[in-house]
Design a protein around this ligand. Sequence first.
Ligand code: ATP
Ligand code: MG
Length: 564
Amino acid sequence: MLLKLSIALGTVNALLMIAGAYLLAQAIHNVIFEQYSLAEITYLLWPLAGIILLRAVFLTLSERFSAYAALKIKSAMRQTLLNKLSLLGPSYVEQHGQGATLNTLHNGVEALHDYYAKYLPGVAYSALIPLAILIVIFPTDYKAGLIFLLTAPLIPFFMILVGSKAEALNQQRWQQLAVLGNYFFDRVQGLTQLKLFNATRLELKQIAKISDDFRHATLSVLKIAFLSSFALEFLATISVALVAVIIGFRLFFGTLDFATGFVVLLLAPEFYLPLRQLGSHYHARLQGISAAADMLIILNAPLPEQQSEHTTDKISATISSITVNNLSFTYPNSDEGIKNINLSLPNKGLIAVVGASGSGKSTLFDCLLGFHPEVIKHISINQQILSTAHIGQLQSHIAWIPQSATLFYDTIAANIKLAKPNATQQELEHAAKQAGALGFIKALPDGFNTLIGEQGEGLSGGQKQRIALARAFIKQAPILVLDEPTAHLDSETEQVIQHAIADYAKNNLVLVIAHRLNTVKNAEQLIVMHNGKIAQQGCFNSLAAEDGEFATLLQTAQQGAVHA
Ligand code: ATP
Ligand code: MG
């Protein structure tokens, strides 16, 4: 709508320009050939001044509108992409690379700006303005009109010729940008490690190489862009010169009056201008199209399965039992995963899952959290078999703390209130107290309003973990799922956290992946995983007495403790 308004204004602007050319030619003709005085041509000069002023206003408005339209399109596009990405879930972003996705969301959407703000209006102008000029020129002087008509198609023809080559090059450049984005993102995240392992020099070389490839691709695109605009300018200049020479001859032989010749001369550059500009905006089109192709990949990505937010059968808010029936999940392109899991979980108490690294603990939890919708039908709550339509509800009943919880660049209060934005200050303090975080938060100069950096910068590992815990507690979900942090907390913090979890487990179900065996001692039930299967199940003492996977784990842990 705005774009159309902008194009309409631009076209009116062109019509004014044509009228202005007529007025100017008439005024000059009158002064030179009819010897009019200044006073006698003021009736021409005032409208001319008006036209010049109006044109300035229209031009500004037209550019503003098209820029504003492009802005709106961009933000709508970002919103759509983000919505789709949130439906696709975190695994999609991981598969396609975080850097590349970020690049599409940022640079890609940005590349649409020139496409909408410049190229699309340019297409309209290059059809409308030359047509308008032809319509007024033909009745005045059909010979000049013919020259315009014959030379005009040369420019678009040449543009298409160059365009097909540039398009392929530009696609290639865009792909390289995605590679660069992924690589850069990855390395920046691991910068500390790179520095520690003294690998920065090597990485710099690698980054330099990728950047250089990208530079080559960019330059070859630019080379074509410059060459093509040179050719277009050249064609346009020759055409204008041709018109000028012919008019010169006709004036010389007296077959044309001055005013008409002058109008044609004034309009000749304006006739080719939109075509030339279209040529230079052609680059914007190429970039826009390459970027749009990336966005289409995201927008057309199939959703894991039909997922509707609305379903008639709701999961009851009071959960009495959770069962897992013969659940197997293997990762795509690999045969790793979990097999034949059968579980029956109560509605309260602390249940710990243990097992060697790679035994499938995290995979099992991901399935329970609904991250793998294809296996959701193996899970039932209160004997009700779940379907993909229930995933949203299931997740609303679960508070989840991953191994390293993500904290955002915001205040501590905002980070805790993530799951419950309308929580009161009282609820906030209560949750923080439960998580053993109230003490250190209050000790900070700004308390709950302290800003924390990206990834919780400015806080210690234990403090981050406690904030994540408070975030989970404030949700008051009947199920708390917790992947224990592997980084060692100081024993005081650890005790605070364990106490808080044990407290929460009195009224709710707490599922914890335990990496340390002292968490496990308080657990009502232990689930021991081995090679993707449940190897043993029971309480600590009975499992420790048995000869099995758990005994082996205990032994390894004790040996570890001795060595440490
Ligand atoms: P840890 O204690 O080290 O966290 P874990 O018990 O949580 O280990 P999982 O992450 O569940 O182990 O992994 C189970 C198996 O699935 C492993 O063999 C692992 O290699 C494999 N696996 C995990 N994630 C993926 C993935 N995204 N793609 C393919 N295989 C995977
Ligand atoms: Mg794990």
